[in-house]
Unconditional design. Structure first.
Length: 299
């Protein structure tokens, strides 16, 4: 990896890929959403992040064929539902969650993906009104160990995404995500950072990325208001400087939601238009991310 004049290491341009989370355009990923793969390609993305929350809606074979037809790659995205909470005090619920995550691994692998990322350490949206307990922490570690071991046979890693305090009490910062990944102690237990959540929970953008280091496996590039990346106050120079210095060479994915996706908008508190359209978030955001990548590659 060569160095820039500023002394900052360059991002590996041959490896960085640009993706879009399909929640930008669809409430769920079923057969009606298959044309979105072509749409993402036409915008200029290298791949798509496929939501697996409603796993039963995913037609694996048709999706696989469409990905191949369009020359697109895929990743799995998960927010564990409450009835599959791997930190539940109910053993049957935890087992259901473990089995669900294993199936997410299988589907992601069948689609050619190498990572399942998201809120995969507890139920997404679960709020207890207090801090996580040691028992919940151990339940999460135990479950993730089992899933990681299973996922290794499929060549799939798990990216633990810390999200803001209004969506979980369990994992809010990069430091805690690193702590959990290390406690799971499996080579495919990784960290997934999202700049929207970082804007709420971190002191800055640069240091958490630096401190996560080689455990960083996935990045959501989202503006502070979930609008078009580059139009808000996220410190993108700090983000890309840290990515450059750590040699990050994987996915940069745009994730956002619009009021038109009513169920998602309600879950993520999107009450107003944060951009002219979902298409604008995708196309303008991608251009911005590519420009920032070029800036830090030094070309």
């Amino acid at each position: 990896m060569r160095k820039l004049k500023s002394g900052v290491k360059a991002i590996n341009s041959s490896m960085v890929k640009f993706g879009v989370h399909l929640f930008l355009w669809a409430e769920r990923f079923d057969e009606s959403a298959l044309p979105l793969i072509r749409k993402a390609k036409d915008v200029g993305f290298d791949g798509v992040e496929i939501p697996l929350i409603e796993l039963e809606c995913v037609n694996v074979q048709k999706t696989k064929r469409e990905l191949k037809k369009q020359g697109m790659q895929a990743l799995g995205s998960v927010g564990i539902p409450l009835d599959k909470d791997i930190t539940s005090s109910d053993e049957a619920t935890r087992r259901c969650g473990i089995d669900y995550l294993k199936r997410c691994v299988e589907v992601t692998s069948e689609l050619g993906g190498d990572a399942v990322n998201g809120v995969i350490y507890t139920a997404w949206g679960k709020i207890t009104g207090k801090s996580r307990t040691e028992e919940e922490w151990m339940y999460s570690i135990e479950a993730l160990k089992e899933v990681c071991r299973y996922a290794r046979d499929y060549g799939v890693s798990l990216g633990l995404e810390p999200v803001n305090r209004f969506e979980t009490y369990f994992l809010n910062t990069a430091t805690d995500a690193v702590k959990l990944a290390k406690a799971v102690n499996q080579p495919n237990a990784k960290v997934h950072l999202d700049t929207f959540h970082m804007n709420i929970e971190e002191k800055n953008f640069y240091q958490p990325i630096k401190d996560t280091g080689k455990l960083l496996w996935h990045v959501h590039c989202c503006e502070n208001d979930r609008g078009v990346p580059g139009t808000g106050h996220v410190d993108w120079d700090g983000v890309f400087r840290a990515l450059s210095e750590t040699g990050y060479d994987r996915w940069l994915v745009i994730e956002s939601f619009t009021p038109e996706m009513e169920k998602l908008a309600a879950s993520t508190a999107i009450w107003r238009k944060v951009a002219p359209s979902a298409d604008a978030i995708a196309s303008e955001g991608l251009k911005f991310l590519k420009d920032m990548t070029k800036k830090y590659i030094g070309k």
